[in-house]
Structure formats: structure tokens, C-alpha cells
Design a protein around this ligand. Structure first.
Ligand code: SF4
Length: 142
């Protein structure tokens, strides 16, 4: 689980320095400014390419209304929404995939094939059922 500093860094809106209510114009402007400073051709930072790839993902997500709505719902930016990854009030007896962090390694699908499947579009894991694989199998993924 990420610490609070990492959560702030990973928040797409914070990365661009904008609020969750930012307009398309605001997103474009913020993206251009940050790309200018961090572009791998300009930056001396060895991790500039990785950061640029991440920035492109941020931009693509926030510029697509459907993807942005999905991101907002998961990240808890929707009014009245609850971020399921950070809500500690509910009993944690169900498994889920944080699709924004999933790198598609297939480990969960290999260890618990009745719980996880890989989706085709982005190659990420999805939970398809609860309680079919044993607690011991699930524990291997934690
Ligand atoms: S959710 Fe599954 S496929 Fe995705 S990174 Fe974790 S183990 Fe790998």
C-alpha cells in the first residue's frame, strides 16, 4: 500500500497541479507546461522517459470523459464518492484489483484463476468472482 506522499504523487490532478474540477482547457495548459519542463529531450533526469510515459497516461485519462469519470470514481474525486482503496471502515473480506496500478503480470490469474481474469483491452486483471479460490491462495498474493 502506498504511503501518503506516494498517494499525492500518484494523484493525476496533483501531478498536473490542477484541481479535480479542472476544465479540458486547464488540463491541456497544465500538461503543456509540465511536459516542457520534463521532456526527456530537455530534462537531465534519468527517469524523464518513465515520467513522460506516466504523464501521457495521465493526459490521456483526464482528456477522455469516460476514462476520467472512471478515474474520478476510483480515486474518490466524485462528489459523495468513496475511494474503495482508502476506505478502512468496511470489513475487508473481498478482493479487488487496483487497475491503475496493475501491470498485467498475470500472477493473480495464475494463482487464483477462479477469482481473477485478464481483460483484453489494457491487459489488466479483473476480479470475476469472490470466494471461489481459497483464503490460502488469496494470501499468496498479499
Ligand atoms: S493485479 Fe494481478 S496482473 Fe495485475 S499486477 Fe497484480 S498480480 Fe499482476
Amino acid at each position: 500500500m502506498a504511503d501518503s506522499d506516494t498517494e499525492t504523487q500518484d494523484d493525476y490532478y496533483s501531478v498536473l497541479g490542477i484541481s479535480s474540477a479542472a476544465s479540458v482547457k486547464d488540463i491541456k495548459r497544465a500538461f503543456r507546461v509540465i511536459v516542457k519542463d520534463h521532456h526527456p529531450d530537455i530534462s537531465m533526469d534519468e527517469e524523464a522517459t518513465d515520467f513522460q510515459i506516466f504523464l501521457n497516461d495521465v493526459y490521456e485519462t483526464l482528456m477522455d470523459p469516460e476514462k476520467r469519470a472512471e478515474y474520478d470514481a476510483i480515486s474518490g474525486f466524485q462528489l459523495g464518492g468513496t475511494n474503495p482503496f482508502r476506505d478502512v471502515h468496511a470489513e475487508r473480506d473481498q478482493v479487488f484489483v487496483d487497475e491503475f496500478s496493475c501491470i498485467g503480470c498475470r500472477n493473480c490469474n495464475n494463482v487464483c484463476p477462479r477469482t481473477f481474469e485478464m481483460e483484453d483491452e489494457y491487459g489488466r486483471a479483473r476480479v470475476v468472482d469472490q470466494g471461489l479460490d481459497t483464503g490460502e491462495q488469496i494470501a499468496l498474493l498479499i
